[in-house]
Design a protein around this ligand. Structure first.
Ligand SMILES: Cc1cc2nc3c(=O)[nH]c(=O)nc-3n(C[C@H](O)[C@H](O)[C@H](O)COP(=O)(O)O)c2cc1C
Length: 184
């Protein structure tokens, strides 16, 4: 797929399934992260790769965080929470990893990690792989951050769910570009 076509047509795919994308496709996705705009070339990011049974461990962590917040969650809802990471064969957790720098504030480093995450979304789409950027309360829960080994100045930018596209894709709505771009 041409770069512009990928940029113009990328959509999120909430319903993802097996198989896990091929190693070459996954590596292309990883490499795309490194072409994010990056003030000071700090590479203020790192990524956790969650697949196979690690997804169950992540589900347990999600449940632990949810129970800390609300101890009396009904069993059925507990199971839903536990199974969230099983929605895709691969999850990349994008972490903004702040590097002390006199000219590059934390906010810019977070933006750069977000750009890395977006690049991976586009690289997945360009290769026919479904992807969806999710956060939710789990991205901000201390239990989850500690369980994943985040350091003090690190943040979860997103859980990038990746896999084979299941079901029909939604139609693209053409944006009203002139609403957003005004000559100044
Ligand atoms: C930082 C961030 C966090 C998001 N978290 C969620 C989420 O937890 N759940 C969700 O359904 N969509 C979430 N989204 C939105 C989807 O990834 C997606 O962009 C949205 O559904 C619009 O679909 P589209 O990407 O096909 O335009 C998030 C997007 C961003 C940028």
């Amino acid at each position: 797929m041409k770069a512009l076509d990928a940029l113009h047509t990328r959509i999120s795919v909430p319903r993802l399934g097996e198989p896990l994308p091929d190693e070459e496709i996954i590596k292309n996705i990883y490499r795309a992260a490194f072409r994010a705009a990056d003030h000071g070339l700090l590479r203020p990011w790192r990524f956790l790769v969650v697949k196979g049974s690690s997804r169950e461990k992540l589900g347990e962590l999600f449940l632990k965080a949810a129970l800390e917040n609300e101890p009396a969650i009904p069993v059925e809802k507990q199971n839903n929470i536990r199974q969230k990471p099983l929605r895709a064969p691969l999850i990349l957790i994008t972490i903004s990893s702040y590097k002390d720098h006199p000219k590059v504030p934390e906010f810019e480093q977070d933006l750069s990690a977000g750009a890395a995450n977006q690049n991976m979304l586009i690289a997945a789409h360009a290769q026919g792989i479904g992807a969806m950027w999710r956060t939710g309360s789990m991205a901000y829960a201390s239990v989850v951050k500690n369980g994943l080994g985040l350091k003090e100045k690190e943040k979860i930018i997103g859980f990038l769910y990746l896999g084979s596209i299941q079901g029909p894709l939604k139609n693209l709505a053409e944006p009203d570009i002139d609403e957003y771009f005004k000559e100044w």
